[in-house]
Design a binder for this molecule. Structure first.
Ligand SMILES: [Fe+2]
Ligand SMILES: [Fe+2]
Length: 192
């Protein structure tokens, strides 16, 4: 039988689970999306995991860190535009951590083959380990790939994240295509 050590420091997951669930409110009107990200997620932005994200490409030439920050900013914009009361802190933190899988999925490796389906679970486990997740944040990360993964978001913050992620991913992918097209044209012009 195991006994909990009374003076052991609580893990990030324990701390997050003990936090009371805050009431949902309209997004603060006095701050930009970037200011809200700094307010609620300074610890995440300064973490070693975000330095890993900065070195991994998500779409086109966009890093996972830049993608995640853009998705977080879009979540704020969407919630504010729709005037939906949300758990502001969870919206910012869950969206910033939604792709916290910490590897470059473009690297040819058998474990990356099902990346689209498996990375929400990996991101969830990593984020839980490094920061702890509230139930809302956990649900956001786990279901952000819907409809590619079958379970839809179970909270409004998750639905907003799903929408923001698709908007940002589409913009980044199109930007990547036009970048490649531009480079191919420049190469052709040089060889003529
Ligand atoms: Fe994702
Ligand atoms: Fe994403």
């Amino acid at each position: 039988m195991t006994h909990a050590t009374p003076d052991a420091a609580p893990s990030p997951a324990d701390q997050a689970a003990r936090e009371p669930r805050p009431a949902r409110r309209p997004i603060a009107a006095d701050a930009t999306p970037e200011q809200l990200i700094s307010r609620h997620a300074a610890d995440i932005l300064a973490s070693p995991g975000m330095r890993v994200e900065a070195t991994c490409i998500q779409h086109g030439d966009t890093s996972v860190l830049a993608h995640s920050a853009a998705v977080s900013a879009w979540c704020v914009v969407i919630a504010r535009t729709l005037r939906v009361p949300v758990d502001e802190r969870a919206l910012v933190r869950g969206s910033l951590l939604h792709d916290y899988f910490l590897y470059d999925w473009h690297v040819d490796d058998p474990s990356h083959r099902l990346h689209g389906f498996t990375h929400p679970g990996v991101a969830c486990a990593n984020a839980e380990r490094d920061f702890g997740l509230t139930p809302t944040e956990r649900s956001m990360v786990r279901h952000h790939m819907f409809p590619l993964t079958p379970t839809p978001p179970t909270c409004r913050e998750g639905a907003i994240l799903c929408l923001a992620d698709k908007i940002v991913a589409t913009r980044e992918t199109l930007h990547g295509f036009s970048l490649r097209l531009h480079k191919a044209r420049a190469r052709r012009a040089r060889s003529n």
